[in-house]
Write a protein that binds this ligand. Structure first.
Ligand SMILES: *Cc1c(COP(=O)(O)O)cnc(C)c1O
Length: 396
């Protein structure tokens, strides 16, 4: 009977609102892009999407999706191993492996599922998972679904990781797990050092490339390219929902036997639907594009450098970044909200983050750069930050 819980939920929701933590959704009435229109009528420049390569509404991907619809239909109505595998799914898996220099790939409906389904089939109580403290929620949940012993090391702290590796030496297998780029700071995991420690203490390495794939490294092949260790990491997970077109879909790519075991045992793969053919076909077109040219990466990297440089020159406190994430540090929670709403009034859509999303007194505005931003759009954003920053006394 719905009654007691209704009151309980109403109270909890009121508490969330009271604490200022209630999440409202802004409604966009145009395709996802650098410039969007919201349902209240304003045109704004978008600096808070994960649309790093500007592909979310790219004509080639839209055309490939339409072609996929025409040639392969709308939906699969099946999990992969029953009757949900088309040639498109196999081709896309191969293209992902080629992109990362890995042996094989398994697709999921989302990276949340890839991370949710990667640990339990491979590790048991005899094993140890050693995880960065800032890893994504989906990694945390995936680890929870597995019976292995858990260790957590401080973000990108190699001394602490070594301590945890020593503590985990009696386990049968050990795996170090990290995000490639951390979404709130924009720093990347020191994968070269992680790899050395993994060799020294006989551990596997897994990296979640959601915010780094397509972005980090000279040609956008991710953190393994950045640290020149392509093909050396055992497991990479990633998403088609950020830089790679932004639709939906996740994957795990890596060593052949690992991928093969996941196809046999990974629950989100065995018990959840295949990605639709149009998404698979657009994904193939996207990876073909990546193989042809690094134009978008070049644009993204120069946009990011330009933006960070100008913002520093304007006097803003910017976290060192190696990705397309630029954290403008404000420290004060209230200020981050006031500043974000003043920026919106200037036509700049950004989000202010504060505790518990980031540590206490580390409030900030996160700016996400894109290859889809034109120089004059970056300039408009910098000018708005400078104007509002002066008004609020953030800069002089
Ligand atoms: C976005 C993200 C995910 C989830 O990806 P989806 O495909 O949207 O489920 C997982 N891990 C990290 C690090 C992410 O940033």
């Amino acid at each position: 009977m719905y009654g007691k819980i209704k009151e309980h939920l109403q109270k909890e929701l009121a508490d969330i609102k009271e604490a200022g933590l209630f999440k409202e959704e802004r409604i966009i009435v145009t395709p996802q892009s650098a410039d969007i229109k919201v349902d209240t009528g304003e045109d704004v420049l978008n600096f808070c999407a994960n649309n790093y390569l500007g592909l979310s509404n790219h004509p080639k991907l839209v055309a490939a999706a339409k072609e996929g619809l025409d040639t392969h239909g709308y939906g699969m109505s099946s999990v992969r191993f029953i009757c949900g595998t088309q040639d498109l799914h196999k081709t896309l898996e191969r293209k992902i492996a080629e992109f990362f220099g890995t042996e094989d790939t398994i697709l999921y409906a989302a990276c949340f599922d890839a991370n949710g389904g990667v640990f339990e089939p491979l590790f048991t109580v005899e094993d140890a998972i050693i995880s960065d403290s800032l890893n994504h929620a989906s990694i945390i949940d995936g680890v929870r679904l597995c019976k292995a012993q858990r260790f957590r090391y401080k973000n990108a702290d190699m001394e602490d990781l070594e301590e945890k590796l020593k503590e985990a030496q009696s386990a049968r297998f050990r795996i170090i797990v990290t995000d490639g780029a951390f979404s709130m700071d924009g720093n990347v995991a020191p994968l070269d050092k992680i790899n050395e420690l993994a060799k020294k203490y006989d551990a596997l390495v897994m990296v979640d490339e959601c915010h780094s794939a397509g972005v980090v490294g000279k040609t956008g092949r991710g953190v393994t390219e950045y640290f020149n260790i392509r093909g050396e990491v055992d497991i990479i997970t990633g998403t088609l929902g950020k830089a790679f077109g932004g639709a939906i879909g996740g994957f795990t790519t890596g060593k052949k036997e690992i991928i093969e075991m996941l196809r046999q045992r990974s629950r989100p793969y065995l018990f959840s639907n295949s990605i639709p053919p149009m998404v698979a076909n657009a994904g193939i077109a996207m990876f073909d594009m990546m193989a042809e040219t690094t134009e978008l990466q070049d644009k993204l990297h120069s946009n990011t450098e330009y933006f960070v440089e100008k913002m520093k020159n304007a006097g803003f406190d910017i976290k060192p970044t190696k990705s397309a994430i630029c954290a403008v540090m404000l420290y004060d929670a209230k200020l981050s909200q006031v500043m974000a709403s003043k920026l919106l009034a200037e036509g700049i859509y950004v989000i202010g983050f504060y505790y518990p999303v980031v540590p206490k007194d580390q409030a900030r505005i996160r700016v996400q750069l894109s290859a889809g931003h034109k120089k004059e759009q970056l300039d408009k954003c910098i000018a708005a930050f400078t104007k509002v920053g002066k008004e609020l006394g953030v800069i002089e």
